[in-house]
Write a protein that binds this ligand. Structure first.
Ligand code: ASP
Length: 435
């Protein structure tokens, strides 16, 4: 009898097949018309079908998970504690990640070491890139801190729902949807009656249906992942990667250090779990994050894996993971810090220590505000660039390598959410033991 392969092995196989065939095709037939045709008519649409199957249920998933998570807490103090701890831990790990990135980029100075002819070619590409001007013009008006906070409270949650996955949307977006769910959940918990019990039951039913749809989508995952990765790797500009090689290596090494050392240390010394077992258990999450480049699209998988394989209290993990998928983005913050300093080096702009500290703080805030979608951090980088006086159009210089870096930083973002959930869970169980 043939043994069925487990889903995570199939997804991993999909990733490898997509990656290897894409790279082979890219090397053997660079810029080939037939390959282009295949990507735009077969591989790209197949990847999009998979992605959209997940994206279409992210809003109801986030809403029901937060409302039910809160309504289940019973103890209103616990909600406050979990919320404050999540925020505090998020700021701490994000700060560590940005510092790792900033240290490396200062040591290696990738922006100052680009050859003169490559520099010319890069600046040339800036002038005719429509995507860059779109992003820059959308991010031009910078928002004040107070406005950012006010926007988290939605005037009309449906407007934020509609725009939740648009990285250029300047309102609260997914954070505002979460805020609405939070208030709704607290109110539901405080108005216990027969009628609200019915509402809770209905939401539980909705949550189960959403989970079923995720099951359907994940059946497509091995193919979807292969298609997404093939679309990227077969089109990869090896030329641009070699021009920006040092920059790419700095970002990837900093991400790896944060993933293995920072998370490894938190797991081993605070959460008291074996890091190797942890990484084995979350392979499926890592592969999904890498191929979708989206924390929000990976949320359903991370919720399932965290409660099934890591045995974390589901109330806590669903809540922390949901909020974390938008707010706790260590990989993104690290990348933002490196990129801003890299572009400063590229343009020969010397940033003082206090300006660098400003970059660290802005990167932490930008990490929290970045939408968990592919390329979500680009508008945020534009805002940081503008604040410290570096030409915002410079973002176009790294455009060609962004997808690869996006896939990698999303892995760190999502792994960070799970580490955060374990950390909060651990500290909550310590509190419960005392009581
Ligand atoms: N793609 C990232 C995520 O979803 C966000 C970004 O850095 O662009 O986590």
């Amino acid at each position: 009898m043939k043994k069925k392969l487990p889903l995570h092995t199939k997804i991993l196989l999909g990733l490898l097949i997509g990656l290897i065939s894409g790279l082979v095709v890219n090397t053997l037939y660079p810029a080939n018309q037939n390959v282009q045709w295949f990507v735009s008519n077969i591989a790209y649409p197949a990847g999009q079908i998979f992605l959209r199957m997940i994206f279409m249920i992210v809003i109801p998933l986030i809403f029901t998970a937060i409302v039910l998570g809160i309504a289940d807490f019973k103890d209103i103090h616990k909600i406050g504690r979990v919320g404050i701890k999540s925020l505090l831990f998020t700021v701490v790990i994000t700060a560590v990640s940005v510092l790792i990135g900033i240290t490396l980029v200062n040591l290696v100075q990738p922006g100052a070491r680009i050859l003169a002819e490559d520099r010319e070619a890069l600046i040339q590409t800036l002038n005719n890139n429509q995507n860059v001007s779109n992003i820059v013009s959308a991010a031009k008006e910078t928002k004040g801190l107070m406005q950012i906070i006010i926007d988290i409270i939605p005037r009309n949650p449906f407007v934020d729902i509609v725009n939740a996955f648009d990285p250029n949307y300047r309102g609260g977006g997914l954070l505002a949807v979460m805020f609405f769910a939070l208030i709704f959940g607290i109110a539901l918990a405080l108005s216990k009656s027969e009628r609200t019990d019915t509402l809770t039951k209905t939401l539980e039913g909705l949550y189960d249906v959403v989970m079923k749809i995720i099951d359907f989508a994940m059946k497509l995952a091995p193919f979807g992942v292969a298609a997404l990765i093939f679309s990227v790797s077969s089109q990869l500009g090896l030329q641009i990667i070699s021009t920006l090689l040092l920059y790419v290596l700095v970002v990837l090494s900093a991400l790896l250090i944060h993933l293995l050392v920072t998370y490894g240390a938190i797991l081993k010394f605070i959460v008291k779990r074996n890091p190797i077992d942890f990484f084995k258990a979350i392979t499926e999450v890592i592969v999904t994050a890498f191929s979708t480049s989206s924390s929000n699209a990976t949320l359903p998988t991370s919720m399932r894996v965290t409660s099934e394989k890591l045995n974390v209290n589901k109330d806590i993990s669903n809540f922390v993971l949901t909020v974390g998928s938008t707010a706790n983005q260590n990989g993104t913050a690290l990348f933002e810090g490196i990129t801003v300093l890299f572009l400063a080096q590229f343009y020969g702009i010397d940033l003082s220590v206090s300006q660098q500290i400003l970059v660290v703080i802005l990167s932490i805030i930008a990490g929290i505000g970045t939408a968990g979608v592919p390329g979500g951090s680009l508008p945020m980088i534009v805002m940081v660039l503008q604040t410290v006086g570096i030409p915002a159009e410079g973002i176009g210089i790294i455009f060609g390598v962004d997808r690869l870096l996006d896939m990698s930083r999303t892995v760190v973002n999502v792994t960070g959410d799970i580490v955060l959930a374990l950390w909060v869970d651990k500290s909550e169980s310590a509190v419960e033991k005392v009581h």
